[in-house]
Design a protein around this ligand. Structure first.
Ligand code: TYD
Length: 205
């Protein structure tokens, strides 16, 4: 049986992650892999409810926000991600634990280490084989999102600048587990870099 493969996409809002997620899923399927595509928050029935609470509800205290995102991850990993990996599937997730470390830890200033530990507890230590950071400036992200903002997206540019800087720091600290791509490059060019990285790691033929 093929080994499971776990890939996470991270980055600012409006970076173009979902396009890349779809393109990569297509390539993996053509290579004969069974692929599970998912997104966080969301992806499970409980996750859908948590997503509405945290993104589209009223005021949520910062620590409550961190716990809701952690609960979503816990449900997601137990219900979907771990079973799929155990069956040898490739799992691609649009956002994972680093989103919380960057948004709640750095953006909300709750402490990156505390949020990292909380998230690792929630997912019982499950770390992706590769995390792709689709990097985008706060200004460009805002331009691309247009007028519709959820609770996190409507934060000021300095919040998004702190989130972006934290993603880049995480990648710089563990280059073997991360790939940073420029979100302003053409989608095909970004996709080619991701495919090349997986080929060089032996994860794509
Ligand atoms: P996103 O994937 O951008 O949803 P959509 O594409 O529908 O906007 O995620 C929603 C927001 O949630 C985004 O602003 C990032 C934020 N977020 C956190 O703050 N912490 C987390 O742990 C996760 C997974 C997301």
């Amino acid at each position: 049986m093929t080994d499971g493969l776990f890939i996470a996409f991270e980055g600012g809002d409006g970076a173009g992650k979902s396009t890349q997620v779809r393109m990569l899923a297509e390539v993996l399927r053509r290579a004969g892999r069974e692929v599970l595509l998912t997104r966080q928050p969301g992806g499970t029935p409980l996750g859908g409810q948590l997503r509405d609470m945290v993104l589209h509800g009223g005021h949520v205290a910062a620590r409550a926000e961190a716990l809701i995102f952690a609960a979503d991850k816990a449900q997601h990993v137990e219900e979907l991600i771990r079973p799929a990996l155990e069956q040898g599937q490739a799992v691609i997730t649009d956002r994972y634990t680093d989103s919380s470390v960057a948004y709640q830890g750095a953006g909300r200033d709750l402490g990156a280490k505390e949020i990292h530990d909380l998230q690792m507890w929630a997912v019982d230590g499950l770390v992706p084989d590769l995390t792709v950071i689709v990097d985008i400036s706060p200004e460009e992200g805002r331009r691309r999102r247009g007028e519709v903002h959820d609770r996190l997206e409507s934060e000021a540019d300095d919040f998004h600048a702190a989130v972006r800087a934290h993603f880049l720091d995480l990648a710089a600290a563990a280059p073997q587990r991360y790939l940073v791509v420029d979100g302003t490059a053409a989608p095909e060019a970004i996709h080619a870099q991701i495919v090349a990285r997986l080929e060089s790691g032996g994860q794509l033929p």
